[in-house]
Design a protein. Structure first.
Length: 314
């Protein structure tokens, strides 16, 4: 296989593994509790460890489809109705888009629930406007509740939903809550219903890790957790010592895996960048010997790279 193609495939595979590790870490209840304290009014000011028990069951990570008809599960068995999020085998319906993380949270009254979705993005996408995607996600979180969380026309049973987006590599740290508001154009009427059912939270993480202060407390935690520059020990030191988050064995292993993958992605990227430089010089007329001198590589390696690239263009 051509070296360039092989490196691209390996990088893509490492990216996918890195993303999975990042989702597993974000999906830890102790991390989610910190996110809830800073984004959901009811938990504001609480100690995150006291919020953990309100997270019901285990969060679904990359298993619940977003597509219409697949988000909710309805199973009839002997006159009983079993309903819930469709968390079937991820290999089924291959290619479907899935929520990164989705879970139920019990409110402090012990009765009501809200549904939380957390999405991680390496940066703000160029191919589409991210808010449009977030609006689609909260819309699916609402519509998929029919015959799962409410039946027939019992719209008062709709659960509040939050879609929380963590976007890395942003120009600055930010935290914004996007929700419904009512504007009175001609007179005013007290329409019955809840404007707080639909919530989008955008968390922007700057490339540079902020200092540990209350304003950027969540940004420092998530920035350290998802950083591609910090070592595993540096991550664990910040997460464990500054935020008193339990360092379970699985958590430590995922942090280590993510750091190793991050390093391999960087190394592969540097290697591919060097190959691009070599071909640019070759196309401008430099000899293999001259390129080898500039790239500080063996002339035989340079010739092999050029040969592989020419085979690709045949």
């Amino acid at each position: 296989m051509n070296t360039e193609i092989k490196n691209t495939i390996l990088t893509t595979d490492k990216d996918a593994q890195y993303d999975e590790s990042a989702k597993r870490l974000l999906g830890q209840k102790s991390i989610l509790a910190h996110i809830l304290v800073k984004t959901v009014d009811e938990f504001a000011g609480m100690d995150p460890k006291d919020v953990v028990p309100y997270i019901e069951g285990e969060p679904f990570i990359n298993t619940v489809p977003i597509e219409t008809g697949f988000t909710n599960t309805v199973i009839k068995n002997d006159e009983s109705l079993v309903v819930g999020l469709n968390s079937g085998n991820p290999e089924l319906h291959e290619g479907m888009i899935r929520f990164d993380i989705i879970f139920y949270v019990r409110m402090k009254d012990g009765l009501s629930q809200i549904i939380i979705n957390v999405e991680a993005q390496k940066d703000e996408p160029n191919g589409y406007d991210i808010l449009n995607r977030a609006i689609f996600y909260v819309s699916r979180m609402i519509s998929s509740q029919k015959e799962r969380d409410f039946s027939n026309s019992n719209y008062n049973d709709i659960k509040r939903v939050y879609s929380i987006w963590v976007c890395m590599n942003m120009p600055e740290n930010s935290l914004e809550h996007i929700h419904l508001v009512k504007d009175s154009i001609v007179n005013s009427h007290a329409w019955k219903g809840k404007l707080d059912l639909v919530n989008i939270v955008m968390i922007g993480l700057a490339k540079e890790l902020p200092k540990h202060e209350e304003k950027y407390e969540l940004h420092r935690l998530l920035g350290a957790l998802l950083s591609q520059d910090l070592t595993a020990n540096e991550k664990l030191d910040i997460i464990g010592n500054e935020y008193a988050i339990p360092m379970e064995k699985d958590f430590r292993e995922d942090v280590g895996i993510m750091c190793n993958l991050s390093q391999k992605i960087k190394e592969t990227g540097i290697e591919m960048g060097k190959r691009e430089m070599i071909m640019k010089m070759y196309n401008k007329g430099y000899t293999a010997a001259q390129i080898a001198d500039v790239a500080e590589m063996d002339e035989k390696q340079i010739k092999e790279i050029i040969k592989n690239a020419e085979l690709l263009t045949v």
